[in-house]
Design a protein around this ligand. Structure first.
Ligand code: FPP
Length: 261
């Protein structure tokens, strides 16, 4: 069985309904939602499909959550697409993913333009295959004046590599006399991360039931709320998203202080 691309396109040509959003209190939504999109491979295996088909289905799910986030007025949506550890996958799968990233990004540019979405990449995209890197750079440039939601795609991203890079940048600034070591504060570190200028995630969603962070945004999620669902990423839809957001809205966020309730 293959994913029927025409059928999928026809289905998504009809914008999915905004009905689920009526359950949410818009004043209590997180500003930044971050998603660890996991389970494409297992989803595919469960249906007798190739892992590549799982990744393609994952892209359809990502598109639905992007448009849902725009409708809801979320400021930043970030998503973990490829980690520094994912290079350890078989070369064929890495190639498929790199090709898919480039193709998806080109295909989705009209959507990003229509929805006024600005795109940033988190991670070392210099190290990506030339074509993928060039498409990403082109897309970032094409969307740079958009004033709506920020879509932050983590590609060739690892939190330890990001923190190491921030330390290196800071050390260079100290060595050059631009920064006084005694003046180094949390802001000095935050401003040297790939997420510089973005608010920290308030809600991290992980699909497919794994209870780990997988080297993702270790610094930025210090006070994030976590939501884990057993649903595989390709099956995650706006109803699942609303469930995660409702869970967030019900949390008592104390930030180490006492409850205000
Ligand atoms: C995890 O599933 C998912 C990925 C490694 C890739 C996800 C990427 C997308 C959905 C597209 C992103 C689009 C752009 C333009 C960057 P897995 O393979 O780890 O699943 P498994 O744990 O079941 O094997």
């Amino acid at each position: 069985m293959q994913v029927d691309e025409d059928k999928l396109a026809a289905y998504f040509a009809d914008e999915p309904s905004d009905a689920p959003f009526s359950h949410l209190d818009r004043t209590r939504l997180p500003r930044h939602v971050s998603i660890i999109m996991d389970g494409n491979g297992r989803w595919a295996q469960a249906q007798g499909l190739s892992r590549s088909e799982g990744h393609k289905a994952g892209i359809v799910a990502l598109r639905e959550i992007i448009t849902a986030s725009v409708r809801l007025g979320i400021d930043v949506l970030s998503a973990y697409a490829f980690s520094t550890e994912n290079w350890n996958r078989p070369a064929h799968e890495v190639n498929v993913l790199m090709h898919l990233f480039a193709k998806t990004f080109i295909d989705e540019l009209p959507l990003l333009k229509r929805e006024n979405v600005r795109v940033v990449f988190l991670g070392d995209i210099e190290a990506l295959p030339k074509k993928t890197r060039e498409v990403f750079e082109y897309g970032v440039e094409a969307c740079k004046d958009h004033t709506g939601m920020v879509l932050a795609l983590a590609v060739n991203y690892g939190a330890r590599a990001e923190l190491t890079r921030a330390c290196r940048l800071l050390a260079q600034d100290v060595a050059a006399g631009r920064v006084d070591p005694a003046a180094i504060d949390e802001r000095a570190i935050s401003s040297r991360l790939y997420t510089a200028g973005l608010p920290d995630p308030e809600l991290v969603i992980r699909t497919s039931g794994e209870l780990r962070l997988s080297n993702y945004l270790l610094w930025q999620v210090a006070y994030a709320e976590f939501y884990v669902t057993d649903t595989y990423w390709p099956d995650f839809n706006r109803w699942d998203y609303v469930r995660a957001l409702l869970s967030f809205e019900g949390r008592d966020r104390r930030f180490g202080g006492l409850s205000k309730k």
